[in-house]
Design a protein around this ligand. Structure first.
Ligand code: FAD
Length: 488
């Protein structure tokens, strides 16, 4: 039996482990933390439970697929429900709107709240659907780094239809030519942040993202986001995958240009195949540091995605006007992104994302209370004075939420912890604390992501949010699929 060693138990590492176990490999996962999941983890604090990282669950079919692949029924492991309202939006001018999952209802809501004709929303989503149908099979579901991909009929067809994916103007430009109302432009610009990019720089191709949310829907796992990790680990263990926690890999052992295993805790652990789920920058820097000639500098030097600052607040009150996902927009979106990308700091009026899982999973907070996950987009860690930035941001967020909700929020916060780019970097070894690997601010970003297979070292593979096809749970799960498909 062939043996595979996987470095890291992030969602892509676990999914790759499942796929390789199904292929008949003996699989061992080495994880430096004491728990699985990486960014997709959870914690408890003063009677409140929080999902630490991801909160928006899309494309659940990619999770289900793993159970089916193993001949199991997904529902025996993992349950989720579709959201009728994807997210509630609060604008600085007092406008409030709900993004209904139902397209017609959503378009009518936009029209009634902003005056933007519903037909413009419908046609924008139709374009979004077109971009998806062109890019899906080529950019997302296959290796971009194999000639075979380009010799396929559907790839050639996609290349012919390439201009339709709108790569030559920015997302903001496309959105401001498609919509009259600035609030609607802001609404659709926000989707660039789903992979840590800037709508004023990123190509309009990223307008594919609303299709994923509005066509495929947004979901909530009954037991919270962490149940994705837990249920996949359970499946992997049933398939014989061995997880080793508190077990940091120090080196990938390379002999004669072939990966032979890893070095951890002073010992060599041999394998036929090595898969790194560790951030690609640190994989080269820390695990292949001895081999600078192997480092693909151009790819490693790509701009990193943005990071996040999160306040996990236990709040001793319930707010009926809030839902699971809530956005409080900044009054000046352009200025906000200029601060993140140009000034590398935090705008005084940031867009605030507020997630409250206790709306659906009521035992996540004590009776009468709510668990608030309050997040803003911030630059990756370049050595800024984070303590000062965080203190200022906290004041500004509390002020903004208090103003819009008409309640003094600071008096309601009974428990608090904070995650910032520095702690994201140290907890999950993500270079600069970026949360989606590299940014997509460049129209060639898709081609500049690291491949899932080493072109120089035989038997060495890569999966996860910092390599092809990208960050976010669905793409991480696709990276696991592409990686496992590359391994014979
Ligand atoms: P990671 O989660 O990065 O895990 C890598 C693992 O490797 C870690 O467990 C780490 O400890 C381990 N490791 C690293 N080095 C070593 C070593 N030397 N030896 C052993 N183990 C090692 N995605 C969504 O889909 N929806 C969202 O709403 C969303 N929101 C997010 C919010 C936040 C705050 C964050 C941080 C991320 C968010 N994401 C979201 C992105 C999503 O979490 C990630 O894209 C995804 O979880 C990354 O998974 P991964 O497999 O790449 O590995």
């Amino acid at each position: 039996q062939k043996k595979a060693v996987i470095i890291g138990a992030g969602v892509a590492g676990i999914a790759t482990a499942i796929r390789l176990a199904v292929k008949g490999y003996a699989v061992e996962v080495y994880e430096s933390n004491s728990y699985p999941g990486g960014k997709l983890s959870e914690f408890e604090q003063d009677g409140y439970r929080f999902d630490a990282g991801p909160s928006l669950f899309t494309m659940p079919q990619y999770v289900d697929e793993l159970f089916k692949l193993a001949g199991k029924s997904p529902a025996d492991y993992f349950g989720y429900q579709k959201l009728d309202i994807v997210c509630n939006y609060f604008y600085d001018d007092g406008t409030r709107l709900s993004a209904y999952a139902d397209t017609e209802k959503f378009a009518r809501e936009i029209e009634s709240k902003t005056g933007e004709p519903a037909k413009n929303v419908i046609s924008h989503l139709a374009k979004s659907s077109d971009i998806y149908s062109i890019t899906n099979h080529v950019f997302l579901e296959r290796s971009l780094h194999r000639l075979k991909t380009y010799l396929r009929w559907d790839t050639l067809l996609s290349i012919v239809r390439f201009p339709k994916i709108d790569p030559f103007r920015t997302m903001h430009k496309a959105n401001s030519s498609g919509f009259k109302d600035a609030r609607v432009v802001q609404f659709f610009n926000r989707y660039a942040t789903y992979n840590g990019s800037d709508p004023y720089q990123a190509p309009a191709t990223l307008n594919v993202i609303p299709h994923l949310e509005h066509h495929f829907g947004a979901y909530f796992p009954h037991d919270g986001m962490y149940s994705i990790t837990k249920s996949l680990v359970k499946l992997a263990e049933e398939l014989g995958v061995k997880f080793n926690y508190n077990y940091k890999a120090d080196e990938i052992v390379v002999i004669n240009n072939a990966a032979k295993g890893i070095r951890a805790k002073g010992q060599n652990i041999l394998a036929d195949v090595v898969v790194s789920n560790m951030d690609i920058w640190f994989t080269y820097q820390r695990l292949l540091g001895k081999y600078p000639k192997l480092h693909p500098q151009k790819i490693l030097n790509q701009e990193r995605s943005s990071s996040a600052l999160i306040f996990y607040w236990g709040v001793k009150k319930q707010f009926p006007e809030l839902d699971l996902h809530n956005i409080f927009f900044s009054a000046d979106y352009k200025a906000e992104f200029e601060h993140i990308w140009k000034h590398q700091d935090i705008y005084r009026d940031p867009t605030v994302y507020l997630n409250i899982s206790s709306k659906y999973k009521t035992d996540d907070a004590p009776a009468g209370c709510e668990n608030w996950f309050v997040m803003i987009n911030v630059p990756a860690n370049n050595g800024q004075d984070w303590d000062k930035l965080i203190a200022d941001a906290r004041k500004n967020i509390v002020y903004k939420l208090s103003k819009i909700l008409g309640e003094e929020i600071s008096a309601l916060i009974v428990s608090e912890s904070i995650l910032d780019p520095r702690s994201i970097e140290s907890k999950t070894s993500s270079y600069k604390g970026s949360i989606y690997g590299t940014s997509s601010n460049n129209q060639f970003a898709a081609f500049l992501r690291h491949a899932n297979k080493s072109s120089k070292v035989k038997g060495l593979y890569f999966c996860g949010g910092s390599v092809h096809p990208g960050g976010g749970i669905p793409l991480c799960l696709l990276s696991a699929k592409i990686t496992a498909d590359l391994i014979s």
